[in-house]
Design a binder for this molecule. Sequence first.
Ligand code: CP3
Length: 341
Amino acid sequence: MSGPGRMLLACASQPVDRVPVWLMRQAGRYLPEYRKLRQAHAFLELCETPELAVEVTLQPMRRFDLDAAIVFADILLLARALGADLSYEDGVGPQVSGLPDPQGLRFPDADRVREALGFVGATVHQVRAQLPAQKAVIGFAGAPFTLLSYLLEGGPSTDFALTKALMNQDAQTFSRLLDGLAEMTFVYLELQVAAGADVVQLFDSWVGALAASDFRAFVQPVVKELISRVRALGVPVIYFAPQTAGYLREVAATGPDVVSVDWRLSLAEVRRLRLSACQGNLDPAVLRDGPRWRIEQEVRRILGEWGDSPGLIFNLGHGVDRRTPVHHISWLIDAVHAGLR
Ligand code: CP3
């Protein structure tokens, strides 16, 4: 196949010779070669050293016939440009600290963002140079609500109590912070596109904690504008917003080229809405647990639910679980390539 690879064709809902496949968190702890590098380097050091980040990005590309590479970085790196301290401790999840209270939070200018995150541009540039043109390079960032929840909660949360308290009690500050983060995120994504990213994915991992009406009131306009500005740079945008099956229409109305959906809904439902191209939606637990027949059964179901229309990108509904055996991924990719129906 020459010309744009299948990943870009599928993003544009164009016909492909076979469904493209890549996996969220395809680089990471389930890979022995990643764990080995991690023994010598802290996670942040891997992200901030382009040679190491390139190596980790390419590790899964060497093992598997994937259609896209996602640049190795983290959504929380942006918090550093705000002056936050970041730490990643095993077992507790990422921790963000050292920021002023929400009312006092001020945003850096574009130059400061570019300076703080320039190493990601260097990684994108080198990854693009090392992969064949048909393999897409995916740049990414956290979406404003998900980033804000980490800044306010200081780490992972189950109820988002501090985030919702700000939204409910001081909507003006809540919106000011979403706008400020969206502006920083635009600069960050622009930097990645300038460095060679072919596609951009926005991760809104926690937005499903919101009511449909709050999503519509607070998040949708901000994400919509951000997506439209990034698309104007000439790259397709994927919006990942898990656990939003109850308001998928509102999610899709933010205008991405591709909506990334989880396993809580059937692709037949997504297709009926005729909203855009779609990425998903295997439960990562199936990939982790197997057995092979079960993985194949689910691939068959997902491809069957989507049918023959263009615009499907095969992926998980969330990231690869760290306990996933490496050979399960080969089984999955073979099944997608075989186009099991
Ligand atoms: O392969 C890839 O997908 C590219 C790299 C990538 C990472 N994080 C690397 C990483 C991407 C795209 C992300 C996105 C990300 N980071 C999200 C959105 C997707 C999602 O999972 O919902 C979120 C919420 C984060 C924040 C974050 N960073 C979490 C929740 C964790 C895991 C904490 C833990 O210990 O399990 C991290 C750390 C992180 N980011 C790791 C990796 C490979 C593990 C770090 C390690 O090696 O210890």
